[in-house]
Write a protein that binds this ligand. Structure first.
Ligand SMILES: *Cc1c(COP(=O)(O)O)cnc(C)c1O
Length: 482
């Protein structure tokens, strides 16, 4: 970055003895407003920390004398207070090309969900209070009707996330007994969520059937025994097996399970509540399809394709959902009122599917036409080029975005963006130059997150709806690159 690698010290250095006491520092004119704004104890703590840091530098002989003027000390303390109070969770620009990016917070909430969340959290609400009867209510009731309407399920319940939904479903339906799963579906989702481990945590015994690439109906039939409690399908959301493969579909498996009086559960992971092909996107399995095929329970995430807050949605038959809801672990995994408010408002958007591609940011971003993204890239290219010249050159490139969060791993969405390459004859190697650029972009007031691909730094503009948010930072980028 542009900051000098070592600060060049003109003039004298300060000796430790020249540092003011905390009391004297706090009495300075420049510091008194800080105390009245933040209170004494916070500013004293920061003043002590600042003086400790300066003392260390003074002992090391690298504290310029002018760092100890009233103005410099006041500014240093104000800066320190501001940094301590700045939130660690910050808005970033996701230019990675992955729309539902787990590390960047997954789905963006729709405006009505944000409004409802804010309005409901500002005061008391009827979270568990039935306004019709004046009695205690059930928090699930706020979304159960919407979920049953949208999926055709008899009943629905919600928990903290889909990992919790899977854990609770297995524990409630199969604790102390066996769950049959195909070897081709023993997925790891990331973040240490592995199906075999989840089974163990839920207190159920996993019975694996079939092979990695092929599992047949008779594999399940043979594995069913005295101790079997549940058959389970897991959507292999983050990988695809091609070639000589076979798996048993839900309808067939439901027939096998029900003939033996057993329930069938299906973990969809992402799970789309609308048919994505209607918006020109690849088809993603829908909970309603799985229920229609005979699954007793279907679990899916709130903050993947659904486009809402973190949540685990469990839909299914009244009998299965009742068992799940009554299982004591449910209380520990229940949803908080914050995401619940956002979830209800998000689900209501689905009542008007014609508006969904406008109203739901996830779908809006996924359906953004490639030519609109390209037009934005062409518009931004000269401005970015001016900011990074002469260190980097900028070209408009065709890209393919991905949905992310494990959905449709092999499906790519045509997109466009900007590729930055280190100029020939630069003072550093390509890798170092790209690292420096990535760091400079991350250090912007609204950090810009891109990716390195083939010796270039790539910014996919699919998720940049407001070009101004990017352009307004180009001055700072220019300064950082020096
Ligand atoms: C993402 C995913 C999960 C976990 O869902 P979270 O909402 O992240 O807890 C579980 N199963 C599958 C198949 C998934 O894709």
């Amino acid at each position: 970055m542009g900051a000098p690698e070592e600060s060049v010290v003109h003039g004298s250095t300060a000796s430790p003895g020249k540092l003011p006491s905390v009391d004297r520092l706090l009495r300075q004119d420049a510091v008194r407003p800080l105390v009245s704004e933040h209170g004494h104890s916070f500013v004293v703590g920061e003043a002590r920390a600042l003086l400790d840091e300066l003392r260390g530098r003074a002992f090391a002989g690298d504290l310029p004398a002018d760092a100890l003027t009233d103005a410099a000390l006041g500014a240093a303390l104000a800066g320190r207070c501001a940094r301590r109070l700045a939130p660690g969770m910050r808005a970033v620009l996701n230019l990675t090309g992955t729309v539902i990016h787990t590390n960047l917070g997954r789905a963006l909430l729709a405006e009505p969900a944000l409004q409802h969340l804010l309005a409901m959290m500002a005061g008391p609400n009827n979270l568990e209070y039935d306004l019709a009867s004046g009695r205690r209510g059930d928090r699930d009731a706020l979304v159960e009707t919407l979920l049953t309407e949208l999926t055709g399920a008899e009943a629905a319940t919600v928990v903290n996330n889909n990992a919790a939904a899977v854990l609770l479903t297995i524990a409630a339906l199969a604790r102390g007994r066996e769950v049959i799963v195909s070897r081709g579906e023993l997925v790891e989702i990331g973040g240490a969520f592995r199906m075999p481990d989840v089974m163990e945590s839920a207190g159920a015994r996993l019975v694996e059937v079939g092979t990695t690439n092929r599992t047949h109906a008779h594999d399940y039939e043979r594995a069913i025994g005295e101790r079997t409690a549940l058959l389970m399908k897991v959507h292999t959301s983050n990988y695809a097996v091609h070639g000589f493969t076979a798996s048993v579909d839900e309808a067939t498996l439901a027939g096998i399970a029900h003939a033996r009086g057993l329930p069938l559960a299906s973990d969809l992971g992402s799970g789309a509540l609308v048919d994505l092909t209607r918006y020109g996107l690849p088809h993603e399995p829908m909970p309603q399809e799985r229920l229609a095929a005979g699954c007793d329970v279907v679990t899916f995430s709130g903050d993947k394709l659904l486009g809402g807050p973190q949540a685990g949605l469990i839909v299914g038959t009244r009998a299965a959902i009742d068992r799940i809801r009554r299982f004591p672990m449910k209380r520990a995994l229940r949803m908080s009122k914050l995401p619940l408010a956002a979830l209800e408002a998000t689900l209501r958007l689905y009542l008007r599917p014609e508006r969904l591609a406008r109203d739901l940011p996830t779908l809006r971003l996924l359906t953004r036409p490639a030519q609109a993204i390209r037009a934005m890239a062409e518009n931004l290219a000269p401005q970015l080029a001016a900011a990074v010249a002469p260190r980097f050159t900028v070209t408009v490139v065709e890209l393919s975005s991905q949905i992310g969060s494990g959905s449709l791993p092999v499906e790519r969405l045509p997109s466009a963006g900007l590729a930055l390459a280190p100029a020939a004859g630069g003072r550093r190697g390509t890798g170092a130059a790209l690292d420096e650029l990535a760091r400079a972009l991350r250090a912007l007031p609204v950090p810009v997150i891109g990716r390195v691909a083939e010796d270039r730094f790539v910014l996919d503009l699919r998720c940049l709806e407001d070009a101004g948010a990017f352009v307004s930072q180009l001055g700072a980028l220019r300064a950082a690159l020096g």
